[in-house]
Write a protein that binds this ligand. Structure first.
Ligand SMILES: CC(C)(COP(=O)(O)OP(=O)(O)OC[C@H]1O[C@@H](n2cnc3c(N)ncnc32)[C@H](O)[C@@H]1OP(=O)(O)O)[C@@H](O)C(=O)NCCC(=O)NCCS
Length: 162
């Protein structure tokens, strides 16, 4: 939970109410803005995921407002899947994304082999971020989210297995 700057970002499970509030700013940033997600659709998705205890938020203090959001779906292809990862633009570059992925790894690798993520092929920043954290590209998923857009599937293995 420690960022590159040495700051720590406590991570907690989000309630349905807390998770739902995060839909609006996420809809306003890339890649969700270009992919055409509405705040209402993201709010519904986050509320549903939170009711299954799949939403985690990182903040500057233990009960602080969320600076980053992770949705971790279990039981996908012998592993878990990061269905959403978003850090508020004003809080980017402080290690929050890294801390949320480390949290996902600590849960997944207790009893599963793989942690999967996917990112839009045009999302160079996210692809560089995931590569830096040890994820390896394993597939292309054309037209998955929107016609004409390709998602890149990446995975990281338990104990550094690619
Ligand atoms: C991509 C994202 C999750 C990264 O989170 P973050 O908190 O800014 O990243 P961190 O500060 O934890 O960075 C971890 C490492 O990745 C690198 N990194 C982060 N963003 C990067 C980028 N855009 N390009 C290249 N490298 C990047 C950092 O330099 C850092 O490496 P270092 O420790 O060697 O310096 C965040 O910028 C974000 O939410 N982007 C918009 C939504 C998105 O694209 N989500 C993911 C795909 S769906």
């Amino acid at each position: 939970m420690s960022g590159a700057s040495g700051a720590t970002f406590p991570i907690r499970s989000a309630s349905v109410v807390v998770a739902g509030r995060e839909g609006a700013w996420i809809a306003g940033i890339e890649p969700w803005a270009s992919l055409g997600y509405s705040a209402a659709a993201l709010r519904r998705f986050l509320r549903r995921a939170a009711s299954a205890r799949q939403v985690w938020v990182a903040s500057a203090t233990r009960a602080g407002s969320p600076l980053g959001v992770l949705v971790l779906q279990p039981g996908v292809l012998l592993g878990d899947f990061v269905a959403l990862l978003a850090v508020r633009p004003e809080a980017a570059g402080q290690g929050i994304g890294r801390a949320l992925i480390a949290h996902a790894e600590s849960r997944t690798f207790v009893d599963r082999r793989w942690l999967f993520v996917s990112a839009d092929a045009g999302n160079r920043g996210a692809l560089a971020f995931y590569r830096k954290l040890g994820f390896v590209r394993v597939g292309r998923l054309p037209d998955l989210v929107r016609a004409g857009h390709t998602e890149i599937l990446l995975r990281k293995g338990r104990a550094g297995r690619p």
